[in-house]
Design a binder for this molecule. Structure first.
Ligand code: CUA
Length: 314
């Protein structure tokens, strides 16, 4: 299964930043509940205790009560001050300025997928974003077309990705695992299928991943995959897609250098299988309406060769 049935929750924090936000959430929930119960409790008490009885006289009329007024204004003021302080300290801890530090990963929101590139390396990937655990990472968020919004609930806060602007997020992931998220700003027809998957790995494993993904694509040794590589070249796929080590250097669509190493395709919509790749190439709009992938009409054996080439890009 691609996604677990239990949606990712802010009550299951997996990063140090998410821990802080979770603590703040709990304070707010507890305080809100306490106020709610106090108000309802007092209301019930007063209704029962001061209920009109047969033969009651007109109650004594009073105007103004200094003590009560101090309590009613002072109580909420103190509460608001406490929560203002807690919120500001949490914001400062979770979201300090990025300063001059260069980001560990640049994430670019696009219709309808996420591009991730790793500065200082040749690696660019899509949707499945590998990150190391145990160190504080700086994620830079950009957008290529319209506003998107990055949100992996278990890893902490949301952040808008805005064209022409660069936002940032800090994240210190506590343990290896898979953390799913979604685009959280309506961005067009396939907004709902703009998933995020963070693959958090121990440092050594992450370094190995980075090193492997930094290599150029292997040219198929022969067979239909090699035929597919020629078709890929001649069908102008390279105007939009990059395959490092070949002429294909477009950057309108996802980098396909290591396409087959990804577990999902179309921003988490489908498992990355040969059959799904074929369906997609055959009629992209039937699979993901509104996606920017054009439909090419391939003869059947060309289509098969192209699929063989794509699944060879490990
Ligand atoms: Cu991208 Cu919604």
């Amino acid at each position: 299964m691609l996604y677990s049935l239990a949606p990712p929750s802010i009550f299951d924090p997996a990063s140090r930043e998410a821990d802080r936000l979770y603590a703040l959430d709990v304070y707010f929930i507890v305080a809100s509940l306490a106020v709610l119960l106090l108000v309802i409790g007092l209301l019930i008490y007063i209704v029962l205790k001061f209920r009109a009885q047969p033969g009651d006289e007109e109650p004594r009329q009073i105007g103004g009560n200094r003590k009560l007024e101090i309590l009613m204004i002072g109580g909420p003021t103190v509460l608001v001050a406490i929560f203002f302080y807690l919120t500001v300290t949490t914001m400062r801890a979770v979201h300090p300025p990025a300063g001059n530090r260069s980001p560990d990963v640049v994430i670019n929101g696009r219709q309808f997928w996420w591009e991730a590139s790793y500065p200082g390396t040749a690696v660019t990937t899509a949707n499945e974003i590998h990150l190391p655990v145990g160190r504080t990472l700086l994620l830079q968020l950009r957008a290529a077309d319209v506003i998107h919004d990055w949100w992996v609930p278990t890893l902490g806060q949301k952040m808008d990705a805005i064209p022409g602007q660069s936002n940032h997020l800090w994240v210190t992931i506590k343990k290896p695992g898979i953390y799913d998220g979604v685009c959280s700003e309506f961005c067009g027809a396939q907004h709902a299928w703009m998933r995020i998957r963070v693959v958090a790995q121990p440092e050594a494993e992450y370094r190995r991943w980075l090193q492997e993904r930094g290599q150029s694509a292997r040219t198929p040794a022969g067979g239909t995959a090699l035929t597919g590589a020629h078709i890929f070249k001649n069908a102008t796929c390279g105007n939009c897609h990059r395959v490092r080590g070949t002429d294909a250097s477009g950057n309108a669509g996802p980098d396909l250098t290591h396409f087959a190493s990804r577990k999902t395709m179309l921003a988490g919509m489908l498992p990355n299988t040969k059959e799904n790749v074929r369906k997609w190439l055959q009629n992209p709009q039937a699979v993901k309406p509104g996606a920017l992938m054009p439909q090419f009409k391939y003869p059947k054996d060309s289509l098969n060769a192209l699929v063989d080439y794509l699944v060879s890009l490990q």
